[in-house]
Design a protein around this ligand. Structure first.
Ligand SMILES: Nc1nc2c(c(=O)[nH]1)N[C@H]1C(S)=C(S)[C@@H](COP(=O)(O)OP(=O)(O)OC[C@H]3O[C@@H](n4cnc5c(N)ncnc54)[C@H](O)[C@@H]3O)O[C@H]1N2
Ligand code: MOO
Ligand SMILES: [Mg+2]
Length: 623
């Protein structure tokens, strides 16, 4: 069976907060439900209509590949809409549901509902508990959100929804339902108000295991979530050829002509028919004409004769071989003699279309235009090139301690450096940058900055405020503006990070919240933001990676990815070697400036012995 966590509600009774994301005993509520449900089912899914990135990260943090499904019916139509979506998407015959606010759901919910479903040959089995009404009389309380049903009930549910019905048990008349009585009424307690949540915290039941620490993600998982979430911008513009340098090609470029346009000579020398060469004696050919580059030849060379030809000169019809003049045995003003065995038939003849053939793709869309591509496009005679529009990226730093250049550095303050590293990295990536300055640790100022950034840019990058500090308001504001997940990555440096989508005044923007520490911000940019922005630009990120021997022993804990700043060089034995630059503290920007590469030590890796090969990502494309 597939288990589905119903987290698609509006949270009306909780002041519209997203219930499943409310913190409870060290983890979001939905994560507790996920932990309880996961061992009971073959597959898991989460039904959520907002904050999908946050739900996706809950799943990943629990090592689950549960997808997040949004209601097909729009407009928060209630849990039945979630059920419909679940039944449509689930790949198993049975679907088990539980709400996101029931952290104590029974461990045997699935098994017991399944037994009843089979025994009674029912379409749906629903949990009930004995409860007391206001006058103290016992009654069976039905919990329709805790149910197991066959996928085959979908048409009945569709029909009920068609009629406008939205009650969770309103469609039970149309199918065969069986009830399963559970004794543990407390297990079905759900949390409707923030007061309930507080009460529940106090309950004796121990917290579900695994949430003593903040949910964490591996670097690879975070990269995957970003890659899967982002879609490219679609707008295209035509720019003059030179302006296309470093831009992303928006369409395939189909060659309108053959390049070269004619068969031609690769050498200065003599063109002739290979068949005229004698295998065992010198061959002397009369020079019938001279062919210079850039002029149509139009000459006819009779058998047994040749043409004096220059590099790039059009091959006269019928000739197939060119002898470079320096290989001739003898040359007179009107003849050339070729010794036997000097040259093979077909040598030094360049074919029409051998570089680029008419009608064939010369360059593929998504390619970043290089100097070689500019030349190639020029050889096709293209004056204009279709490219994707540039990304607009807004960024600002956060922190009361930050001063901008030109301002006095009061005690306790530092100059803002992240905006400059970000400016540099974004500019190199070809983005239009909007530098919004340093923003104080002040709710209103931060909210204003985020809203402005969101309405003016495709992506917003902030630095600072994503960890646990007292003045780190940025998290709560980001959550208010959209669907943002806060990650504690298994990596170093750059552990805390935020990613998601924010909206203001009908405009949406991707948000990357980088850690404040200057090196952490750069590392997070290179390995998470850059690939995301490149996908948005319509291209794929690649790093120039090489392997090199570590000059020294490197200490490394398994279970996290480490990015160490390094200097790669050629050792006296001719091999590539890498050493680490000084202190690796995440505030030490100097060691980043001295580095020419990053040594990437993967998640599982332990200590590295001197002389062992490590993976190195170059800062520059060419060493
Ligand atoms: N109790 C914990 N404390 C911290 C944790 C943790 O897990 N538990 N994580 C640490 C790590 S790792 C990092 S990285 C930082 C990230 O903190 P924030 O993103 O909240 O950033 P801030 O607190 O605002 O700043 C951290 C640090 O960086 C300096 N900074 C900030 N912005 C700039 C800038 N634009 N230019 C130069 N320097 C900047 C700031 O002054 C702080 O020194 O949290 C750790 N703490
Ligand atoms: O993100 Mo932090 O860099 O690990 O100091
Ligand atoms: Mg902080």
């Amino acid at each position: 069976m597939t288990g589905m966590i119903l987290a698609g509600g509006r949270g009306t009774r909780m002041g519209r907060v997203d219930k499943g994301l409310q913190p409870f005993r060290g983890g979001p509520l939905a994560a507790h439900v996920l932990q309880r449900l996961a061992p009971q089912v073959a597959q898991l899914a989460i039904n959520a209509n907002r904050n999908q990135a946050a739900y996706a990260s809950i799943a990943v943090a629990a090592n689950s590949d549960a997808p997040v499904w949004q209601d097909d019916l729009t407009g928060f139509e209630g849990p039945l809409a979630g059920l419909q979506t679940g039944l449509r998407r689930c790949e198993t015959d049975w679907l088990l549901t539980a709400p996101c606010d029931s952290p104590f759901l029974p461990d045997d919910l699935g098994v017991r509902l399944a037994e009843a479903l089979l025994r009674d040959d029912a379409d749906l089995a629903v949990a009930v508990t004995m409860d007391a009404d206001e006058s103290g009389d016992a009654y069976r309380r039905v919990h329709p959100v805790f149910a197991l049903m066959k996928k085959s009930v979908l048409p009945k549910l569709d029909a009920y929804l068609e009629t406008g019905g939205r009650r969770m048990d309103g469609w039970y008349g149309a199918i065969k339902v069986t009830q399963v009585l559970f004794q543990e009424a407390g297990a079905f307690r759900n949390i409707n108000t923030l007061a309930d949540l507080k009460d529940m915290e106090k309950l004796a039941e121990p917290a579900a295991s695994g949430f003593g620490r903040k949910a964490s993600l591996s670097a690879g998982e975070a990269q995957r979530i970003i890659r899967d979430a982002i879609t490219p911008v679609t707008a295209v513009e035509k720019v003059a050829l030179r302006q296309a340098l470093e831009r992303v090609l928006a369409t395939d470029v189909i060659s309108p002509i053959d390049v070269p346009a004619h068969d031609n000579s690769a050498m200065d020398g003599y063109a002739f028919r290979g068949a005229d060469l004698s295998a065992d004696a010198p061959t002397t050919l009369r020079v019938a004409a001279t062919v210079l580059a850039g002029r149509p030849s139009g000459v006819h060379i009779p058998t047994g004769e040749c043409a004096r030809i220059m590099t790039g000169g059009v091959m006269p019809d019928g000739l197939d071989t060119v002898l470079p003049q320096e290989l001739a045995a003898a040359i007179t003003p009107d003849s050339v003699t070729i010794a036997p065995g000097t040259i093979k038939t077909g040598a030094n003849r360049r074919f029409k279309g051998e570089d680029l053939a008419i009608g064939k793709p010369a360059l593929h869309q998504g390619k970043i235009v290089t100097p070689a591509d500019l030349g190639l496009l020029a050889s096709l005679g293209m004056a204009e090139v279709p490219v994707r529009r540039r990304l607009r990226v807004a960024f600002f730093s956060t922190g009361d301690e930050l001063r901008s250049i030109g301002e006095a550095l009061e005690p306790g303050c530092i100059y803002d450096s992240n905006r400059y590293t970000l400016y540099g990295m974004l500019t190199r990536l070809g983005c239009d940058v909007i530098d919004m300055g340093a923003v104080r640790d002040d709710r209103a100022a931060l909210e204003e900055a985020l809203r402005t950034a969101c309405t003016s840019a495709d992506a917003v990058i902030t630095s600072g405020g994503v960890s646990a500090g007292a003045a780190d308001y940025i998290k709560s504001i980001m959550t208010e503006l959209g669907d943002v997940g806060f990650w504690n990555l298994d990596m170093r440096p750059g552990r805390p990070m935020a990613f998601g989508r924010i909206a203001s005044e009908g405009r949406q923007s991707w948000l990357f919240g980088l850690p404040g520490n200057p090196v952490a911000a750069m590392v997070a940019f290179y390995f998470f933001v850059r690939p995301g922005l490149m996908k948005m630009m319509g291209t794929t990120a690649s790093h120039f990676t090489v392997r090199a021997r570590s000059a020294v022993t490197l200490r490394k804990k398994p279970g996290r990815t480490e990015y160490q700043r390094g200097i790669i060089y050629i050792a006296p034995n001719g091999e590539r070697e890498v050493r680490i630059t000084g202190s690796q503290g995440s505030g030490i920007l100097r060691s980043m400036s001295e580095a020419n590469c990053m040594v990437v030590l993967p998640h599982e890796q332990g200590d590295v012995a001197a002389g062992e090969l490590v993976e190195v990502v170059m800062f520059e494309g060419l060493i």
